[in-house]
Design a protein around this ligand. Structure first.
Ligand SMILES: [Zn+2]
Length: 425
């Protein structure tokens, strides 16, 4: 496959640039990036008036939660979980999780996401949907026990899920996910550590998202959050979802561990969790990537909205211009995400040797793009004036999943219809 005439987003160490290049793809991998590649007999994608960029990486979500979209009004995080989410989740069937997962995969691909890091129950159903579409994902069976459930049972469910994986499928990776330090006892966290070491997998955990969590963790473990984190997960690569409430002591502990942060700006604002100081975290050398969280709290899975919001909200806490820039945000949504998920050798940038996870973003001069015009700065417009709806084509490991906003393999109408039938009563 040859992608011709595009404006290609490239990383060169610290620099981010957009250059006119062609990209040659063979057997799912990028094999050449050059000014004018002319090879006959290849499948040619004309990328005129399009930005060609790495697929976006959503580093924290719960995709089956799309069914809870727009249910948060008038709640806070704890009442929302206790009254609106958990009672309904108890009744969800396998079929419903599968249908909701498939729906969200369509939403992600149509808005430019090619890889997501998920944490939800009945993950076999999400995996089925991921395999069916050819999506890239990091999956798990989360662990928790403060709700009275049996840790051993959950650990066994994780083992069954992991052991039953298709080892041939390179698009699916795994994590061990203790849900949060406030929802897992010490023995549950110890089991998570054991699993991560046994299978050599990263940890994916909710961490200091809201103010209530700080006291809950102290009550449950008798120590503050970052001490608990260090006690159980030191030496293991750990993906911290949120990290909104880090104080200086937390930052000191985390930057000396193998940790990074999945920042979910829209979800944090929607739930009234305030603003994570990612400018400071980056200055301290902590890897920060982006996510949407589930659509219940994050509204949607559009990573372009996360990009824009992440940049804008830093202006709410930093008056100096040294805060996060468009370039930083683009890296967060791509290469930093790949690093956070331990996949930087395969994805996160357009480079020879990497897998071809690529999206084409339409920037043609038309009424729909009037907000980008005049297009004085492609990178700035990509962050501040682009929506997931501008994504024209999505390619995962060299396979076209969506082209010109059309899915050839999927019946989108019936996927939407199936999710509308899921009851929230
Ligand atoms: Zn979450």
């Amino acid at each position: 496959m040859l992608i011709k005439n595009g404006k290609v987003l490239l990383f060169d160490k610290e620099n981010v640039s957009i250059e006119n290049k062609d990209i040659l793809i063979k057997e799912g991998k990028i094999v050449n990036i050059a000014d004018d590649i002319d090879i006959s007999g290849e499948q040619i994608i004309d990328a005129t008036n399009k930005i060609v960029m790495p697929g976006l990486i959503n580093t924290h979500t719960h995709i089956a939660m799309c069914i809870f979209r727009a249910t948060f009004e008038g709640c806070n995080l704890f009442t929302w979980l206790n009254e609106k989410i958990w009672p309904i989740e108890e009744k969800l069937t396998k079929e419903e999780i599968y249908k909701a997962s498939l729906f969200s995969i369509v939403e992600m691909i149509s808005t430019g996401t090619t890889c997501f890091n998920d944490q939800y129950f009945m993950p076999e159903e999400t995996r089925k949907a991921v395999e069916e579409v050819g999506m890239r994902a990091v999956l798990t069976r989360p662990l928790m026990d403060t709700d009275g459930s049996d840790v051993n049972e959950k650990v066994q469910e994780f083992r069954n899920f992991y052991e039953s994986r298709n080892k041939e499928n390179e698009l699916i990776n795994y994590s061990v996910a203790p849900h949060g330090l406030y929802t897992c006892s010490g023995s549950c966290l110890a089991e998570a550590r054991k699993l991560a070491l046994e299978y050599n997998l990263p940890i994916h955990v909710h961490f200091l998202e809201s103010v209530d969590e700080i006291s809950s963790i102290k009550e449950l473990h008798g120590e503050n959050a970052s001490s608990v984190l260090k006690k159980y997960f030191d030496g293991i690569h750990t993906i911290l979802a949120h990290g909104v409430k880090l104080n200086d002591e937390d930052i000191d502990i985390i930057k000396n561990m193998d940790c990074g942060i999945a920042h979910n700006p829209v979800s944090n604002l929607r739930l009234g969790c305030k603003i994570a100081d990612i400018t400071k975290y980056q200055r301290e050398g902590i890897n920060v990537a982006l996510g949407t969280d589930g659509a219940g709290s994050g509204n949607n899975l559009d990573m372009f909205e996360a990009l824009r919001t992440a940049c804008l909200m830093q202006g709410g806490i930093h008056e100096d211009e040294g805060r996060i820039t468009s370039k930083d945000a683009i890296k967060m949504a791509t290469i930093n995400g790949a690093k956070l998920l331990g996949l930087e050798d395969k994805i996160g940038s357009i480079e020879v040797g990497k897998d071809a996870d690529i999206i084409l973003v339409d920037i043609s001069e038309k009424l729909d793009h009037i907000c980008m015009l005049p297009n004085n700065d492609l990178l700035s417009n990509l962050v501040y004036n682009t929506s997931g709806r501008d994504v024209d084509t999505t390619i995962i490991k060299g396979k076209i999943i969506m082209k010109n906003r059309k899915f050839e393999q999927l019946d989108v109408g019936s996927i939407i219809e199936n999710v509308k039938q899921i009851s929230l009563k």
